[in-house]
Design a protein around this ligand. Structure first.
Ligand code: ZN
Length: 346
């Protein structure tokens, strides 16, 4: 016990490496924050930035409190039954020195991992940005520390959650309004869906044949280069006074659907904007080069089940409003792992 309070001039015999609490090597520290017209001060404009930063600091403080219970507490726990049987409330003594040693190394390793995790958090770029911002504000303030009350007055992670929820609701609302406008625009197109097909045909995409049926709301699309055909059918929409467009199960008459066509049809039918025929036609046309377009994630043509990239997704950055959609190809398996981080945008 006494040895723990001595400076650690000797290496512990257990082989546990105690991390040094010093700054990382100089070359990993980014250039100093500009103090005049500081960038970080200007970049912090939203409430969200402040709240999320405070939430991070609050979490870090909670971790510090947790770490305080390490020394003389959790770290030394295995020897409590020996030095203070009463405090151990009749917990059995370790059966052998070897068992005690193993218990001690286990707790020591876990403790070191805890400290390392904290250090990594402390030195992370996101926390550094917060410190930089605080430094910049202190400089702006003529070197005076901003005086807090010394306690957390709000639970910032709760506040952050509320803010994020609000922001999501706002985005959804905006999207609904935007979609409503687009629907109205499509409804007002003279000649209805046939005009939309006509506009698409006028794009003259090589190898893409589109035929509208004479008396039914039905369209056949043939991708010559890819050797695929799709039948589109108008179906009842979801109560928006507009039809939806579905890709039918059958391929060209007398020709069974290939595995690729089935996979592509499934992806087409899972698209957002089911009512948007122009969007669907554009998406189908993006399959023209299906046999030459590698997956945007793994960069390969076929995955380990010999499947071509049968998924198409709008590139979220390049497909901004009012611009033609930029489609990206993916293998179904490659998209599963990134589902949550890249939701299909509508
Ligand atoms: Zn892939």
């Amino acid at each position: 016990m006494a040895s723990t309070s001595k400076p650690s001039s000797q290496r512990p015999a257990t082989g546990v490496i105690v991390p040094k609490m010093e700054h990382p090597p100089q070359d990993t520290i980014p250039a100093e924050v500009p103090d005049k017209d500081n960038a970080s001060g200007e970049a912090w404009t939203s409430e969200m930035q402040y709240v999320s930063s405070l939430a991070k600091l609050q979490k870090m403080e909670a971790t510090i409190h947790q770490l305080r219970t390490l020394l003389s507490g959790r770290l030394m726990d295995p020897i409590v039954p020996i030095v203070s049987p009463k405090a151990a409330s009749r917990r059995p003594l370790p059966k052998s020195p070897r068992e005690l040693f193993e218990q001690l190394s286990r707790t020591a390793r876990a403790s070191v991992a805890e400290v390392q995790e904290f250090q990594a958090m402390w030195r992370s770029p996101e926390i550094k940005a917060i410190w930089d911002h605080v430094d910049a504000r202190i400089k702006q303030n003529g070197g005076q520390l901003l005086q807090p009350t010394g306690m957390w007055e709000r639970d910032y992670d709760v506040l952050l959650e509320e803010l994020e929820k609000e922001e999501r609701a706002q985005t959804e609302q905006q999207q609904r309004v935007k979609e409503e406008e687009e629907r109205a625009k499509i409804k007002s197109v003279e000649g209805g869906w046939r005009t939309i097909v006509e506009i698409f045909v006028q794009r003259n995409l090589p190898g893409v044949r589109v035929m509208a049926h004479q008396d039914q709301p039905r369209i056949t699309v043939v991708l010559v280069k890819a050797g695929m055909a799709f039948q589109l059918q108008a179906v009842n929409g979801d109560g928006h006074d507009m039809v939806d467009w579905r890709v039918q199960d059958m391929a060209a008459p007398g020709k069974p659907k290939t595995k690729l066509e089935t996979a592509v049809a499934a992806c087409l039918n899972a698209r957002p904007r089911q009512w948007d025929l122009a969007y669907l036609l554009d998406m189908i046309a993006s399959y023209s080069d299906v046999k030459q377009t590698p997956c945007a994630k793994c960069g390969k043509m076929t995955d380990n089940t010999a499947q071509l990239p049968s998924i198409r997704r709008p590139n979220p950055i390049q497909s901004s409003q009012g611009q033609p959609v930029v489609w990206e190809a993916y293998h179904p398996a490659c998209i599963d792992s990134s589902q949550s981080s890249h939701p299909i945008s509508s």
